[in-house]
Ligand binder design. Structure first.
Ligand SMILES: Nc1ncnc2c1ncn2[C@@H]1O[C@H](COP(=O)(O)OP(=O)(O)OP(=O)(O)O)[C@@H](O)[C@H]1O
Ligand SMILES: [Mg+2]
Length: 477
């Protein structure tokens, strides 16, 4: 089973402790090593100096042995931990200090011992005492001898052990204190998250206006909170839009349904002539027509919102698109004795989904016909807009759109005059569908209108990649 704390606070503390413990252990190790090396250097220095002193105090006995001059402290009373041995090069023991108690400082000297400058080395006595030992070849009068001087290292190791014990004792205390400190710090640093989580829990679809409180917008958690708040803002806007859309849509659906119902109820109240019934059925069908169109528009918009519509692009002349759209609304224009003229460069080819763009232009022409007076003229003008785009304008001689309403005409369900436009059956969706269709093709739509002086809707679309000089490819004219 893996030991993995569940909250970030504990995980941070654990990591912090592990790193700290590692660093402390490393520090203790390095410090002990340095202490040991520096102590041993002093120790070795003393040892080498003592080697010289001892050599000067050696005297030759008449029996061929060697003794230590009486002024050396070891001669009278051996110092604890100081050991001296003198050998002849042939391997005969000439002197051994009493402190050795008959233990040997190693085996008799080999031919190489003491030949080089004395350098201390580590050794052990048979009783386990750790030593530093240095040896050298000297002469007493005419006799060659091998002198060995050794110091016990026990005191040095004891010092080192004590140092280690102090470190070991301090280690858990330091780690424990650091752990508490680290936990408190992590807790404090992360406390805004707890606050945010508590606040976020209370935010629901009905309370999307609430926001997280942010202590410091500059730090990481503050930035996270701001991003979250911005997301809430976008969600709120989307929800509001959806609510408005649903409310508007149901309102629009209710009006024709109420009309059908009341016309029907009135007709059922009395006995009527067949001609009157025909009238009633006629006006009911009109309302059904309106409902059908509304349902189609809603469907188009919801498909567009869901992003499910795939554009089946083909290259087609913009003038031709204008002609196709005007042929759809021809009957309506004829009813109002209006004339639709189409002019412009037939070589301007765009790559569009024919049905979708045609519907967009039909919506524009439908408006131009609906809102312009009888007998007026409507102009569809196609123009080049530089190398990369083409314009199609629908220009009418209608009442124009007041300046304050112009920014809203492309909004869903927006109508300048709700009461009046109802007579023509509009739901206020035509221009929003047109705008979606144009933007889906990478273009845009703008409105230029002065009250009382007609309106001009300008659709700009990117030109198709084919050269505009040879647009007849594929018989698109
Ligand atoms: N050419 C125009 N002249 C004057 N007003 C217009 C013109 N085109 C649009 N409008 C105004 O903009 C509003 C929105 O137009 P839109 O086409 O979106 O809706 P609609 O025509 O009312 O209904 P729908 O197109 O869904 O049948 C219209 O109600 C109308 O008030
Ligand atoms: Mg319309």
């Amino acid at each position: 089973m893996r030991l993995r704390p569940r909250n970030v606070r504990s995980r941070l503390t654990l990591w912090y402790l592990l790193v700290l413990a590692g660093l402390l252990a490393l520090y203790a190790g390095v410090a002990s090593l340095f202490l040991f090396l520096s102590l041993r250097e002093d120790f070795d220095q003393n040892l080498l100096e003592d080697l010289e002193t001892v050599e000067e105090m050696l005297t030759k006995e008449p029996n061929g042995g060697v003794s230590l001059h009486s002024s050396h402290p070891d001669a009278a009373e051996p110092r604890i931990g100081h050991f001296i041995e003198v050998w002849s090069p042939q391997g005969a023991l000439l002197y051994r200090s009493a402190s050795l108690q008959d233990q040997a400082l190693g085996s008799p000297p080999g031919p190489d011992e003491g030949l080089h400058d004395p350098t201390p080395s580590s050794a052990r006595l048979p009783n386990g005492t750790r030593l530093r030992l240095a040896s050298g070849i000297y002469h007493i009068e005419d006799q060659r001898i091998v002198l060995r001087v050794a110091y016990s290292q026990e005191a040095l190791w004891r010092e080192l052990r004590e140092f280690g014990e102090v470190l070991l004792l301090g280690f858990p205390i330091a780690v424990l204190l650091a752990g508490f400190g680290g936990y408190a710090l992590a807790r404090r640093a992360l406390s805004p998250i707890d606050l945010m989580a508590t606040q976020a829990k209370t935010i629901s679809a009905e309370k999307l206006g609430d926001r997280l409180s942010i202590e410091n917008p500059e730090d990481e958690l503050g930035k996270l909170g701001s991003v979250f708040n911005a997301m809430l803002g976008r969600l709120q806007a989307a929800f509001d839009q959806l609510r408005r859309f649903t409310a508007d849509a149901s309102h629009e659906l209710r009006t024709p349904l109420t009309a059908i119902r009341s016309v029907g109820e009135v007709a059922l109240q009395d006995q009527r002539s067949p001609a009157e019934y025909r009238d009633v059925i006629g006006s009911m069908l009109e309302e059904v027509d309106r409902l059908t169109r509304l349902a189609e528009s809603l469907l188009a918009l919801s498909r567009a919102d869901a992003g499910h519509i795939q554009l089946l692009r083909e290259d087609i002349s913009l003038v031709r698109m204008g002609k196709e759209a005007s042929s759809v609304v021809e009957v309506l224009a004829e009813e109002k004795r209006q004339q639709i003229d189409i002019e412009g460069d037939a070589n301007l080819v765009v790559s569009v989904d024919r049905l979708i763009l045609r519907q967009a232009l039909v919506n524009l022409l439908d408006n131009a016909i609906k809102y312009s007076p009888a007998g007026s003229q409507i102009l569809v003008r196609v123009q080049s807009g530089g190398d990369k785009q083409a314009y199609l304008e629908v220009i009418d001689q209608g009442p124009g759109i007041p300046r304050e309403h112009q920014p809203h005409v492309f909004d869903r369900f927006f109508r300048v005059d709700k009461a009046r436009t109802r007579e023509w059956g509009g739901a206020g969706l035509g221009l929003s569908i047109t705008r979606w269709a144009v933007e889906a093709h990478g273009g845009d739509i703008t409105l230029k209108s002065e009250e009382g002086q007609g309106s001009t809707f300008r659709v700009s679309l990117p030109l198709a990649k084919v050269s505009s000089a040879s647009p007849s490819k594929g018989g698109l004219q």
